[in-house]
Design a binder for this molecule. Structure first.
Ligand code: COM
Length: 525
């Protein structure tokens, strides 16, 4: 039996877990943290390799179905990269970007002090996150054990031996099935100098940053590039994005409406960011430390973009290599493990979930993949199709979209009605709309900054087929809109008009649809 810190009989509270995790992260606890019921003689129905969002939600679901699981993670906590390095810091930084942006535009007016660039620190935000992230970690461990009844081994990696066997710190565990969920890592571009100090990605930013960046060049045009870049710029670090594709037109993003894209990209430029589209990074230059990025620009000229901080935003690649080696599972051209809609890999009784199976590398997909695998392991044939989903990203705005773009809808349906704000032909600075919670201060000071929204309707069926929003406060609504749009009957303008709006509901579409719903023949608004 593996030696380790056995916590099965103890009921550690959130604060106790915080201490344990802190010590483990500092290297003071190097042994495995073992929460295994040694009295339970049942076979494990599934062993989850990786305890991130997919592994944790899959484990919880499997337990809820009466099964027995074991989840193993190399980190001393469950929840994976989300609370440690990815989504949670991204949301923290994006909220900071939004606040900083407001503070800049309203500098010296109302109660806003003169904006002081020197007090807006990227380093301070990274440190704030690092110091606070453990509360989420401890909660994941506590909830998983005390409320969800999961068994787990943390602080040590799992090695997959065969389709039913996993080795953890020298002990072998057998399961009816194995569910792989070890995520993805930044795809580091192969250019000279990329390994120089001063080159970061979203992981090393929160783990290692120890100086205040003064000038940033971002290599790549992914969501991460837009989100982190907007934060760097808002914090006072002039930022340039070097991207081969036009922003928001990378292969990993679909259904991005062109009007929405323009509002976002123009907004980034208006805030001082430099965006080099159609450009290729050639080399990170610097004598022992990154000092710039030699870049071929769209017109073919080569220029060195100065920077003391280079950030990689080229996307991520699945951590599939160990499983190809151990089990020979099939992978696609990007290295992502190939699964069917039940999350089954090419190896019998082996499932794969989350970022390990490729894009979209989003929270909802990871969690639902885990749940799908668990259902199938427990004998319930269940399929998960994630080809369509609501999507979002942040600049200094919250940007959300679902369904078809206007162009896609025209191609598919021909006769399409568009309801948008500001209306077509009206300049953004003419009216302070759209506005709602989060944009009222802009509405009364800088109407052009309130955002943009568009609702796309198939004229023949009156069904809403796409919704697009730049602004604040609408993201939550898009989760439900996605669900309503994808029902067999969809969601019509008339049904939207029946909903009860709470003031200027941020996605704003209820009242706008109601203004048109009375007409038997719909027209644009
Ligand atoms: C969220 C992590 S931060 S998990 O999805 O709840 O495991």
């Amino acid at each position: 039996m593996l030696a380790g810190m056995d916590v099965f009989e103890s009921s550690l509270g959130n604060r106790d877990w915080q201490v344990v995790i802190e010590r483990a992260l500092r290297g003071e606890i190097s042994e495995p943290i073992v929460n295994v019921d040694r009295q339970d003689t049942r076979e494990f129905d599934a062993i989850f390799v990786g305890g991130g969002a997919g592994g944790r939600f899959g484990s919880a679901f499997l337990r809820a179905r009466g099964g027995r699981q074991l989840t193993v993670d190399r980190w001393p906590f469950l929840g994976g990269t989300c609370p440690h390095q990815a989504c949670v810091p991204h949301h923290l930084f994006s909220e900071a970007a939004r606040e900083l942006d407001l503070g800049r535009w309203l500098s010296g007016t109302l109660w806003f002090p003169d904006f002081d660039d020197k007090r807006a620190s990227i380093l301070q935000m990274a440190e704030l996150f690092r110091a606070g992230r453990n509360t989420a970690h401890s909660f994941m461990n506590w909830q998983s054990k005390q409320q969800l009844g999961m068994e787990y081994i943390l602080n040590t990696p799992a090695t997959v031996i065969d389709e039913h066997t996993v080795e953890v710190a020298g002990e072998r565990f057998r399961g009816r099935s194995i569910i792989l969920g070890t995520g993805a890592s930044t795809e580091v571009p192969h250019i000279p100098g990329i390994e120089l100090p001063g080159v970061y990605d979203f992981v090393s930013l929160v783990e290692e940053l120890d100086y205040e960046p003064n000038r940033c060049v971002i290599i790549g045009g992914s969501k991460v590039a837009i989100e982190y870049g907007s934060f760097f710029q808002a914090a006072g670090c002039p930022t340039t994005i070097v991207s081969r594709s036009p922003l928001m037109r990378t292969a990993s993003l679909h259904h991005v409406d062109e009007d929405l894209r323009r509002y976002v990209v123009d907004g980034m430029c208006r805030r001082g960011m430099t965006i080099c589209e159609g450009a290729s990074p050639l080399e990170v230059i610097g004598n022992g430390r990154a000092a710039g990025v030699r870049t071929r620009l769209a017109d073919g000229t080569v220029e060195t973009l100065a920077a003391d901080f280079v950030f990689i935003g080229t996307g991520e690649r699945a951590n599939s290599a160990p499983f190809v080696q151990a089990l020979g599972v099939d992978v696609d051209g990007q290295g992502s493990i190939v699964v069917d809609r039940r999350m089954r890999t090419s190896a019998p009784s082996v499932y794969a979930i989350g970022d390990l199976i490729g894009p979209p590398m989003e929270m909802f997909k990871a969690r639902k993949c885990g749940m799908t695998a668990a259902r199938n392991v427990m004998g319930e044939p269940y399929e998960f199709d994630f080809s369509e989903y609501p999507d979002f990203l942040h600049s200094t705005y919250e940007i959300t979209w679902v369904g078809l773009t206007e162009a896609e809808a025209r191609e598919r349906f021909g006769d399409v009605i568009v309801i948008q704000m500001p209306p077509a032909g009206v300049e953004p600075d003419e009216i302070p709309l759209p506005c709602a919670e989060g944009s009222m201060l802009y509405a009364f000071t800088r109407p052009e900054l309130t955002g943009f929204q568009k609702c796309v309707i198939d004229a023949a069926t009156r069904r809403v087929v796409g919704a697009h929003h730049v602004g604040f406060g609408a993201k939550d609504a898009f989760q439900y809109l996605d669900y309503l749009l994808r029902r067999p009957g969809g969601l019509t303008v008339d049904e939207m008009a029946e909903m009860n709006e709470l003031f200027l509901n941020p996605e704003h579409f209820i009242q706008l649809c109601r203004l048109r719903a009375g007409r038997s023949e719909l027209v644009d608004l």
